[in-house]
Write a protein that binds this ligand. Structure first.
Ligand code: PCP
Length: 388
């Protein structure tokens, strides 16, 4: 398959060729050792997002570790805003110029995925949101996609490899194919219940051959107390008003004493539909494409200082910057490095703290980024102060 090795990435073989060309020119002109500082910033965010959840820091640090550079960055799962540098690298440009492609590549899509996951969690009102979309990306991306969705706040991931990477059990029960092959829903659900370990939730897919209400009641009657929930994954050709369908399923289940059977919905979900369905009583969401193929965040890496002198291309503010984040309101201000802030410009509080911290010194680790679990917990702790 077409998958570059970790060594290919760390040695710049996945780089845009012009970075190798600029390195050749600079080396021959004796400029490859010029000490520069670069900053990675997103001038704007997709779809009018006002904030993003940074993801990919761990891999960026792995790529730069051992190179003769100093690296400051925001942490895995930190919230950032347009115009705020999230990463700063200082050192001989020749040390890292061929790594720019990989560094940006580790940040752009994963940050989009993590941000979209956080937005879905806000839309779901805190109800469980599971990452179900790795099938929409190349399998080489499956771990990265599920990890980013988890860091953004997803409660679980469907991928076996992704779940292993984050130290969780994978989430997911049955595809339509199982029921179609049996040709009988009840037989399929009963076989699932008979053959799978007890710790696998009994969530019956209830939209394969008949109406969702009808199949939900069939599943409840077939599995009784063993049934944990039903999943509605109604194909678009049959998808009426899912809010009304969910309300009817809930009503008919409750009327017959199955009020402990949860309702999960998957298929074609995005923020708006999740919010509507959460309101209608859906207990959990399986979100695929909206998260796994989330918009790419347009980070760029720009030289802002050369041999200690502020210098940047037009449109990019020169000089090295620090981002001061308010721990109270999550507001922030960007100031030249070394300049101390006053009170928070958004809430007036005194909670401003520097967001860019030093992680590598001379290529050696002096600080570890958050783990996936720590980053996800951090994101979840911020959601009540973030708006869609
Ligand atoms: C899909 C599968 C995924 C869902 C939908 C993600 O259903 O269940 O979990 O959909 P999304 O990308 O639109 O959010 P099917 O394609 O019907 O696959 P299956 O029959 O295997 O459930």
């Amino acid at each position: 398959m077409f998958i570059p090795s970790e060594r290919d990435i760390k040695e710049g073989r996945t780089a845009d060729v012009y970075f190798h060309r600029v390195l050749r020119v600079l080396e021959r002109e004796g400029l490859a050792d010029a000490e520069v500082t670069v900053e990675v910033t997103a001038k704007s965010l997709p779809e009018g997002w006002e904030w993003g959840v940074l993801c990919g820091v761990s891999e960026v640090l792995e790529i730069l570790e051992g190179r003769d550079v100093d690296v400051w960055c925001m942490d895995e799962g930190d919230v950032f805003r347009p115009g705020e540098p999230v990463l700063r690298i200082r050192g001989p440009y020749g040390e890292f110029c061929v790594l720019e492609t990989a560094i940006l590549g580790c940040l752009c899509k994963t940050t989009g995925i993590a941000t979209k996951a956080a937005r879905c969690k806000i839309a779901a009102g805190g109800k469980p949101v599971y990452s179900f979309g790795i099938r929409r990306q190349h399998p080489a991306m499956s771990v990265v996609v599920d990890r980013a969705a988890y860091i953004g706040g997803c409660d679980g991931v469907s991928g076996v490899a992704g779940a292993e990477a984050i130290g969780e059990e994978p989430v997911g029960t049955m595809p339509h194919s199982m029921i179609v092959i049996f040709g009988d829903q009840v037989e399929a659900w009963r076989a699932f219940h008979e053959h799978l370990p007890e710790d696998v939730p009994r969530v019956a897919l209830v939209d394969t051959f008949c109406d969702e209400v009808e199949e939900a009641l069939m599943a409840a009657e077939a599995l009784g107390d063993a049934l944990d929930g039903v999943r509605l994954d109604t194909p678009s050709s049959r998808r009426g008003d899912m809010v009304e369908i969910v309300r009817e399923v809930r009503w008919e289940l409750d009327l017959r004493g199955y009020d402990d059977v949860s309702i999960m919905v998957s298929g074609g979900l995005d923020e708006e539909e999740i919010a509507r369905l959460a309101e209608a009583g859906v207990d959990a969401f399986g979100v695929g494409t909206a998260i796994s193929d989330a918009p790419t965040v347009d980070f760029s890496m720009d030289v802002v200082e050369v041999e200690g002198e502020p210098r940047a291309k037009r449109g990019k503010p020169s000089g090295v910057k620090q981002v001061w984040r308010c721990s109270e309101c999550l507001g922030g201000v960007v100031l030249p490095e070394g300049e101390e802030p006053g009170s928070c410009p958004s809430c007036g509080g005194e909670g401003l703290k520097p967001a860019l911290r030093k992680f590598l010194e001379g290529g050696r680790r002096i600080e570890e980024p958050r783990s996936e679990k720590e980053a996800r917990e951090h994101v979840l702790s911020l959601l009540d102060r973030l708006d869609l």
